[in-house]
Design a protein around this ligand. Structure first.
Ligand SMILES: [Zn+2]
Ligand SMILES: [Zn+2]
Length: 691
């Protein structure tokens, strides 16, 4: 009976039966103990004592069970002691095998290797343990060497090598080995299928998936729930969400948490947040992985606020502790929102709960602080890191770029090279953008020329830089010399440069290209109409407005938000929905009076920026960023930095007004628009009026 339950892996039952046996006064013999010890987990240590007392200590099977228990559960030294006490001639290959696996488990590669070398005889289990061991330490060449040398191989040996490849991201190798296996006439078992299907999922190749499914059908394989879950995951990753859902529904009561999680992340991957949420709400036994895929899913689908809400729910429930994966999503979400208070709260949560971050966690923090407009904190996190990778450098460089800190970006790239890390495509984009935002033409040129094989985005940055400093002819020539077809980003740079330098013809050229490439992007229409307006060509302004109407181009609603009291306060143009609206508008009127006294004149061309809805002059005065700033002035402490996030480019009038407000009110005002950061201080902006 004991052996029967042990075969079923029903360990609790084995231990229970043993207790019943004792209750009946039956003395267990040496046959019982190996089974018991195998089943009892750490409780086996107690049985070890029994065995010694009863004099079964020198029974070969009992001894092997004891070695195996200590080898699996530790301390490995205890296993070695029992092993060493066995006389040489009595030591069985199973004892050696238990020790070899044990040393691999406890990461003593040298000991495992040594035992393997001195063993008097080896069997297929020994060899397989070596393959598994080397795969575990990611030395796949060594693993393959042992695999190739094996005198005979079981399906378990093949599986060991397969999962070695699969788990180390070598999907190609795994699939090739699987072919070899089939050709060698080895019948794959369920573990093989799960491994191969997962390897196929990571490739995300629908054709490969289909051919694998055909093989499964041809061989009439009985699919257990593990294989079916692996299939579900494969369909999900290859984009066949319907097929994935069918398996999910068929599995019914056989679903486990892996099945649920695979389905939820499948929905998240295709951006079907509602279906993901529905499953999440009904899922029994949610674990950290479940929460992580929901939180990351919201964050990656632009729903940062939802991601943070869900994180708050998770920690309020107190059933599960967030791990690094959770925190990286949450930290990044704070960065996307530009919510510094929230970001600081999350960082405090990390310390309070002693959640350790790896490099990617720290990189997320650098990103968060940069996007929240606090480069000081971003730099501090960077400096405190023990080791940094290329992403750490790139993230900080992009931060410098967005803030227009050109020299710092260039210097950091040099430091990076000195530290032995080669700049990559992203590094160069960051540094060139930084040069552009800081107007550093010569430095930018040098960087551009140092790129071996410039990609399209590098050309876009260069065109942007030339355009911004007024070298429009050069910008156009650079574009014409590009070895590839320019994309919208390149023309976008040219269009914006034409706006800054009031170049109507060049603007028209760029805009007409953009209307073809991105017919739905209202921003291009508005930029061109601004160019016409500033040249006084009102008829053309009218024509653009008509074209937009005819093309059904919807203007993106502009909004701005500020953070206060743990909440984001969001405003749109002429917004009156906020509870402090009356006070906000009162302050706005007072400010306008003060500004006029200081010589401010509203810029009328900005009225025309918003061609569709806002034509009255007073509406310029109620652009969302102005409302957000007034609210911040009302609620924040005197002298505190004001941080605003805006989804569109700041208009001329707001830019001028904010400069004056910063001087009149004695405040630093940091505005993140969709292009860069503007740091307003004492009447000036860090962008030097080019953006
Ligand atoms: Zn404005
Ligand atoms: Zn500015």
């Amino acid at each position: 009976m004991l052996r029967f339950y042990s075969h079923l892996q029903d360990h609790a039952k084995v231990v229970l039966m043993y207790e019943q046996m004792q209750g009946c006064g039956v003395r267990p013999d040496a046959f019982v103990y190996p089974i018991l010890i195998k089943s009892a987990g750490t409780g086996g240590i107690g049985f070890h004592a029994h065995v010694l007392k009863l004099g079964h200590g020198s029974d070969a099977f009992v001894r092997n069970a004891v070695i195996d228990m200590y080898a699996r559960l530790g301390p490995i030294g205890h296993a070695r002691k029992v092993f060493d006490e066995i006389p040489d001639y009595e030591r069985k290959v199973a004892d050696w095998n238990a020790m070899v696996s044990g040393y691999w488990k406890w990461e003593s590669e040298g000991q495992a290797q040594w035992l393997f070398d001195v063993m008097p005889e080896r069997n297929v289990i020994t060899w397989t343990a070596m393959v598994t061991g080397y795969a575990k330490v990611k030395d796949l060449e060594a693993a393959r060497r042992y695999f190739d040398c094996m005198p005979e191989r079981s399906v378990v040996s093949w599986n060991a090598m397969l999962s070695g490849y699969a788990q180390n991201g070598l999907a190609e190798e795994a699939l090739r080995l699987f072919d070899e296996m089939v050709n060698a006439g080895i019948e794959p078992d369920e573990t093989t299928w799960v491994t191969v299907i997962s390897a196929c999922s990571s490739r995300g190749d629908p054709c490969l998936a289909a051919s694998l499914v055909r093989t499964l059908h041809q061989k009439r394989i009985q699919l257990n729930c593990f294989v079916r879950t692996a299939l579900l995951d494969m369909y999900a990753k290859c984009g066949s969400i319907g097929a994935a859902r069918r398996i999910f529904d068929e599995l019914g009561a056989y679903r486990n948490s892996v099945t649920w999680n695979a389905m939820i992340s499948a929905y998240m991957r295709v951006g079907d947040l509602d279906s993901a949420r529905k499953l999440f709400n009904t899922m029994p036994g949610r674990n950290v992985v479940t929460w992580n895929s929901m939180i990351a899913g919201y964050a990656q689908n632009g729903q940062s606020a939802m991601a943070i809400e869900l994180f708050k729910e998770m920690i309020t429930a107190k059933k599960l502790t967030p791990d690094e994966v959770t925190m990286v999503s949450v930290i990044s979400a704070c960065g996307h929102l530009g919510a510094l208070e929230l970001g600081n709260w999350v960082v405090r949560f990390l310390t309070e709960n002693q959640i350790k971050l790896s490099i990617s966690g720290h990189n997320a923090m650098i990103f968060m602080y940069s996007r929240c407009g606090s480069m000081e904190d971003a730099k501090r996190v960077f400096q405190e890191m023990a080791t940094r990778d290329v992403v750490s450098y790139n993230t900080l460089i992009s931060g410098f770029a967005a803030h227009g800190h050109g020299v710092e970006a260039i210097n950091l790239m040099s430091t990076m090279k000195e530290g032995g890390i080669e700049p990559d495509r992203v590094t160069f984009i960051g540094v060139l953008t930084a040069c552009s935002h800081a107007g550093l033409l010569e430095e930018g040129r040098k960087v551009f020329e140092s790129i071996k094989d410039p990609a399209i985005d590098h050309y876009a940055c260069m065109v942007d830089l030339l355009g911004r400093v007024g070298e429009l002819e050069d910008a156009k020539r650079t574009m014409e010399r590009m070895p590839m077809e320019p994309h919208a980003g390149v023309y976008g740079s040219l269009l914006n440069a034409s706006r800054i330098h009031k170049q109507v013809e060049l603007g028209e050229l760029a805009a007409n290209k953009l209307f073809e490439l991105e017919p739905d992007n209202s921003g291009n229409f508005i930029l061109l109409s601004n160019i016409y307006a500033s040249a006084g060509r009102w008829k053309d302004v009218e024509r653009i407005r008509e074209a937009m109407k005819k093309g059904g181009v919807k203007k993106t609603t502009g909004w701005s938000w500020v953070e206060y009291g743990g909440k984001l306060h969001k405003f749109i143009v002429a917004d009156r929905s906020h509870e402090r609206s009356d006070d906000i508008y009162q302050l706005l009127i007072e400010l306008r009076k003060k500004m006029r006294e200081a010589g401010y004149i509203a810029d009328k061309s900005c009225v025309l920026r918003d061609v569709e809805e806002e034509e009255k002059e007073e509406i310029v005065g109620t652009h969302s960023e102005k409302l957000a700033i007034c609210y911040a002035l009302l609620v924040s402490e005197a002298g505190a930095v004001i941080r605003v996030v805006k989804n569109l480019r700041v208009c001329w009038d707001c830019h001028t007004a904010i400069k004056m407000i910063s001087k009149l009110e004695g405040r630093v005002i940091i505005v993140r628009d969709n292009n860069r950061f503007h740091c307003f201080n004492d009447g000036l902006c860090s962008c030097k009026d080019y953006w």
